[in-house]
Write a protein that binds this ligand. Structure first.
Ligand code: GTP
Ligand code: MG
Length: 357
């Protein structure tokens, strides 16, 4: 009887892996969508150069790191290579005016936001049936680097890493726990949770720690630091593929089930910080404790419910927007997911549909 139970479970897990691949593949952006987005980037770059001739417009976020879903937004970063450049606030205002005059975009310049950006959107068209949403920021070189780091992690084990990340992105959107404005976690935060789990929780690890691998040649602080932060990581993925291989043979379904179990039960939310650079850290050590006595509105208390260290900006909690209620909801969803995947052993496809309903 027990053996039969085990066989059913093994079959379920194998089916679930297949269902996860099939599910994710149909949600990938089409080649046409990618081409339209690249055309939009080029067009915007051309227009920005009429204001700042030495500028470049680069993609970051999911469009550039391999974790993009169909119709995901476009994150663009404008870099200006000359020393004499306009202040970001002026540039945002001028660019806003220009785009309004010259293009069909709906334009919303936010020159006085903490990070000045121009928000753009485009109505649906045959190539982009759901239109397009795009943010243009300025000089955000750290975001370009963290995008490259995530892309390298995705390339080491594309099948398992990308499938897990893409599934979790869809799941978190469908379950409505992917909105920093409403007190839950950004996509970037979920990706970091997955990488933390695959590097530091799984034993043997599925991924190496790219930020702690020895460099191939001597490097200086000048080579590695950006805005005062150490952004070095091992990025020769071709070489890494030849030299490093994971002893972890778990399937994507096994990893996903364990991911939900870990974050619903085992991660020490009250005291721990998930750091992909270092592993599990103590909130206390980072000055991020959320049990500081203080009034009801103690800001740090709300800010540090869930702590995820940025891989480069190590003094920055990527999950600072997650509120007490937000974390309660997120953990509730992790528990629900763990439960659905352990109590619906008949049909993987049904479990998956229930998970995302
Ligand atoms: P979707 O837009 O949902 O497809 O996901 P995404 O992968 O583009 O993630 P998101 O829009 O949350 O973030 C886009 C990029 O902005 C990330 O890849 C990071 O480079 C950067 N970013 C987002 N949030 C933060 C943050 O809190 N801190 C830092 N340093 N960078 C961030
Ligand atoms: Mg994005």
């Amino acid at each position: 009887m027990q053996r039969r139970g085990l066989a059913v479970r093994m079959r379920f897990v194998a089916d679930l892996s297949q269902c996860l691949f099939d599910f994710v593949i149909q949600l990938l952006p089409t080649a046409e969508e990618m081409a339209v987005k690249e055309d939009v980037r080029k067009l915007l770059e051309r227009l920005i150069r009429t204001i700042e001739p030495d500028s470049r417009l680069l993609s970051f976020g999911s469009t550039a790191n391999g974790f993009s879903l169909r119709n995901s937004d476009m994150d663009l970063c404008c870099l200006i290579d000359s020393k004499e450049r306009l202040a970001a606030t002026d540039l945002v205002t001028m660019l806003g005016d220009l785009l309004e005059r010259e293009t069909k975009f709906h334009v919303k310049p936010l020159p006085h936001a903490r990070i000045p950006i121009v928000k753009l959107s485009l109505d649906p068209s045959p190539g982009l049936p759901l239109g397009i949403a795009c943010d243009i920021g300025f000089e955000n070189r750290l975001a370009l680097e963290n995008t490259r780091l995530l892309m390298c992690y995705a390339m080491i084990d594309p099948t398992r890493v990308r499938t897990m990340v893409l599934f979790l992105k869809v799941w978190s959107k469908r379950r409505k726990i992917n909105s920093p404005y409403k007190g839950t976690l950004s996509s970037y935060g979920y990706v970091l949770l997955v990488i933390y789990f695959l590097v530091h929780v799984k034993n043997p690890p599925v991924l190496p720690n790219l930020q702690q691998m020895p460099p191939l040649r001597p490097i200086t602080t000048e080579d590695t630091h950006l805005a005062g932060y150490n952004t070095w990581f091992f990025d020769d993925i071709e070489l890494l593929r030849q030299r490093w291989h994971s002893d972890n043979t778990e399937t994507v379904a096994e990893l996903l089930i364990d991911f939900f179990r870990y974050y619903s039960r085992d991660f020490p939310y009250n005291t721990g910080v998930a750091s992909i650079r270092t592993g599990l850290l103590k909130k206390e050590l980072k000055g991020w404790q959320n049990d500081l006595s203080g009034g009801r509105y103690n800001d740090s208390r709300e800010r540090n419910r869930l702590c995820i260290e940025d891989p480069f900006e190590t003094d920055y909690n990527v999950a600072r927007c997650v509120t007490k209620d937000g974390l309660y909801t997120i953990r509730g969803e992790f528990m629900r997911a763990a439960r659905v995947l352990s109590t619906r052993p008949e049909r993987a496809i049904i479990a998956l549909a229930e998970l995302c309903e």
